[in-house]
Design a protein around this ligand. Structure first.
Ligand code: ATP
Length: 510
C-alpha cells in the first residue's frame, strides 16, 4: 500500500478504482510534498533564528546574506548551484521524521517547556514596556520564551538550574531594586529551596542565573595553614578565590578547600571586622574561631556584651588578656585598649625617629573581640553613663599602625545602636543567617550576586573584604566546648586548640 493510502470503508469496483487513482497521484506528488514540507521547516527555522538574534546583530547578518546572494549571482552556474543546494536542504529537512534517522537538536521536554514559559510570563511585567513600538517585543504577554531565553539547563530532578536570558535595553539594570525584583522572581520560579548566583552583563543586556551547590558544613576548628596576619573567616566557592588550604572535613577526610582569608596588620586595608547576624546564626562562633587563630601569634581581649558566657573557655588561657562581660569590666577593657594603642603608637614613633624597629611588645598583634556592643551601649544609657562604643574610636582609627585589630559581632536588631566609628572603620564585613538581600546590601555595601540563603545552617552567610567581591561563607564549626548540645568531636577540636592555662583570668592589665 502507498504510504499516503487513505482509509476506505466498504468496497466496490468504482471505489477501488478511485482509491488506486488517488494513491497513485499521492505517490507521484510525494517528492513535491517533501520539498514543500522542507521549505516550510527551513522558513520556520530562519524565523526562529531571526527572532532570537539580538537587534544589533541583525544588520550585519542581513548584509552577509545579501553579499552571499550577490556572489552566487555573479558566479558561473551560481544561481543553479544555489537552487540545487536549496532543493537538497529542503529535501533533507522535509524527509519523513518518524523513522530513527532524525538528528534534531533536542528541545525541552513538554514539562520543561511549560516551566520555561512560566518563568518567561512571570518576567513579562518586569521587562515589558507599555506601548512598545517593536512589532514583536522580546517580552510580551502573548510571547514565547524562545524570544528571550538563550540557554537553559534542567537538573536531574527536573528543576531549572541554569538560565541565560536577554532583556530589553530600556530595563534599568543599574538600579539594585529593579535587579532584586527580577532575581527574587527567578529564584521563586526556579525553586526556593536553593541558592542562586546571578550575573548581570550590562554591556550585552544579558542575565545569567545558576543554582549553587550548598557550601560544605563539615569543616571544624583546626590549625589552618596561614601566614602571619592571615585569618581564615570560613570557606567559600572554589571559583571565587584563587587559593585553597588543606583541611580535615568531617566524613570526607583531608581535602583542599577555598578559604576566605582576612588580612590584618600594618599593610591591611581592612584591619577591623564587623559581623552582623540573625539570632543564633553563629556570630559568637565566628568570634571564637577568630580568637583561636589570633592566639597562635598574638594576644586577645574579649568583651562579651550579652554576658552569655560563650567565651568562658578562653578565660585564663595563655595570651588571653581578659574575658569581660560586665559593663564596668567592658569600660575598663576599652580604656586599657585606648591607652595601649596610644602607647604602641608612641613607641613606634620613637623607634622610627631613632632609626630602629619598633620594640617587639609594641608590634605583637593585639585583638579586641566585642560581642554585642549594642547591649553595653543600652546598659550605659540606662545608667546615665558614657557610651562604651565611643572608646572604640581610638583603636578603630589608629589600630592598624599599632597592630590592634577590632572584631565586632552584633545582631541586626542592634544595628541602630552601632556607633559611628564602628560603622566607618570596619571595612571587613560578614553577614550570617537567612537575611534578605537588602539587609545584606546594607552591611556589605553591595548587592550580593547570590540570592537569599534558604534555611541557612549556622555559620552560613556572606563576606566582603573592603571593596572586594561578596563571597559566600561557611564559618568553621567552633562551638563553645562547654556547650553540651554541640558535637563531641567539634568540642574536642576547640579544646585542643586552646592555649595552656596560666591561672584564673585577672583584671585588665593597667
Ligand atoms: N559554623 C558553625 N558550624 C556549626 N554550628 C554552628 C556554627 N556556628 C554556630 N553554630 C551553632 O549554632 C548555635 C548558635 O551559635 P552562636 O551562639 O555562635 O550564634 P549567635 O549568632 O552568637 O547567636 P546568639 O547570640 O543568639 O547566641 C550554637 O549551637 C553553635 O554551636
Amino acid at each position: 500500500m502507498s504510504r499516503w493510502a487513505l482509509p476506505w470503508r466498504g468496497g466496490g469496483g468504482v471505489r477501488q478504482l478511485l482509491r488506486a487513482g488517488t494513491d497513485g497521484a499521492l505517490d507521484m506528488l510525494y517528492p513535491l510534498l517533501v520539498l514543500a514540507r522542507g521549505a516550510a521547516r527551513l522558513a520556520s527555522l530562519a524565523r526562529e533564528r531571526w527572532s532570537r538574534m539580538p537587534g544589533e546583530k541583525r544588520g550585519p547578518a542581513l548584509f552577509l546574506a545579501a553579499a552571499c546572494g550577490l556572489v552566487l549571482w555573479l558566479m558561473p552556474y551560481g544561481p543553479a548551484l544555489a537552487a540545487v543546494s536549496l532543493v537538497t536542504a529542503a529535501a533533507w529537512y522535509g524527509r519523513d521524521r518518524t523513522g530513527p534517522a532524525v538528528h534534531e537538536v533536542p528541545g525541552p521536554a513538554e514539562d520543561e517547556d511549560e516551566r520555561l514559559q512560566a518563568v518567561y510570563e512571570a518576567l513579562v511585567p518586569c521587562f515589558a514596556m507599555a506601548d512598545d513600538p517593536h512589532p514583536e517585543p522580546m517580552y510580551a504577554h502573548d510571547g514565547g520564551w524562545e524570544r528571550a531565553f538563550e540557554d537553559y539547563e534542567f537538573c536531574a530532578e527536573g528543576r531549572l538550574c541554569a538560565l541565560l536570558l536577554r532583556y530589553p535595553a530600556h530595563f534599568r539594570d543599574g538600579e539594585p531594586e529593579e535587579r532584586l525584583r527580577v532575581e527574587r522572581l527567578l529564584a521563586a520560579k526556579s525553586g526556593r529551596a536553593r541558592e542562586y548566583r546571578f550575573a548581570w552583563d550590562e554591556e550585552h543586556n544579558r542575565l545569567g542565573m545558576r543554582a549553587l551547590e550548598p557550601l560544605p558544613t563539615g569543616i571544624g576548628a583546626q590549625p589552618f595553614v596561614t601566614a602571619p596576619g592571615e585569618t581564615v573567616l570560613g570557606f567559600t566557592d572554589g571559583d571565587a578565590v584563587r587559593r585553597t588550604v588543606p583541611v580535615e572535613v568531617a566524613e570526607l577526610g583531608a581535602a583542599d578547600m577555598p578559604p576566605v582569608v582576612w588580612r590584618t596588620g600594618a599593610r591591611s586595608t581592612e584591619p577591623h571586622l564587623l559581623a552582623m547576624g540573625t539570632p543564633g546564626s553563629g556570630t559568637s562562633t565566628l568570634l571564637r574561631s577568630v580568637a583561636l587563630q589570633a592566639l597562635r601569634r598574638g594576644e586577645v581581649l574579649v568583651v562579651d556584651g550579652d554576658g552569655g558566657g560563650e567565651f568562658a573557655c578562653l578565660a585564663g588561657r595563655h595570651g588571653v588578656l581578659a574575658v569581660e562581660s560586665s559593663l564596668p569590666g567592658a569600660m575598663a577593657s576599652f580604656e586599657w585598649v585606648v591607652r595601649e594603642t596610644e602607647r604602641r603608637l608612641t613607641a613606634a614613633c620613637r623607634a622610627r625617629q631613632a632609626g630602629e624597629q619598633p620594640p617587639e611588645e609594641a608590634r605583637r598583634p593585639l585583638w579586641l573581640l566585642v560581642d554585642r556592643p549594642a547591649v553595653l551601649s543600652h546598659l550605659a544609657r540606662s545608667e546615665g553613663r558614657r557610651d562604651p562604643q565611643e572608646l572604640l574610636q581610638v583603636p578603630l582609627r589608629h589600630g592598624r599602625a599599632a597592630g590592634v585589630s577590632v572584631v565586632i559581632a552584633e545582631q541586626f536588631e542592634g544595628a541602630e545602636d552601632l556607633g559611628q566609628a564602628v560603622r566607618a572603620y570596619t571595612r571587613a564585613r560578614v553577614v550570617l543567617g537567612a537575611v534578605s538581600r537588602e539587609q545584606a546590601r546594607a552591611v556589605l555595601g553591595e548587592v550580593p550576586q547570590t540570592g537569599p540563603v534558604p534555611q541557612a545552617p549556622p555559620g552560613r552567610g556572606l563576606a566582603r573584604l573592603g571593596d572586594g567581591p561578596v563571597l559566600r561563607l561557611q564559618v568553621p564549626a567552633t562551638p563553645d566546648p562547654f556547650d553540651e548540645g554541640a558535637g563531641e568531636a567539634e568540642r574536642r577540636a576547640v579544646l585542643a586548640l586552646l592555649p595552656e592555662r596560666v591561672g584564673v583570668s585577672g583584671p585588665v592589665p593597667g
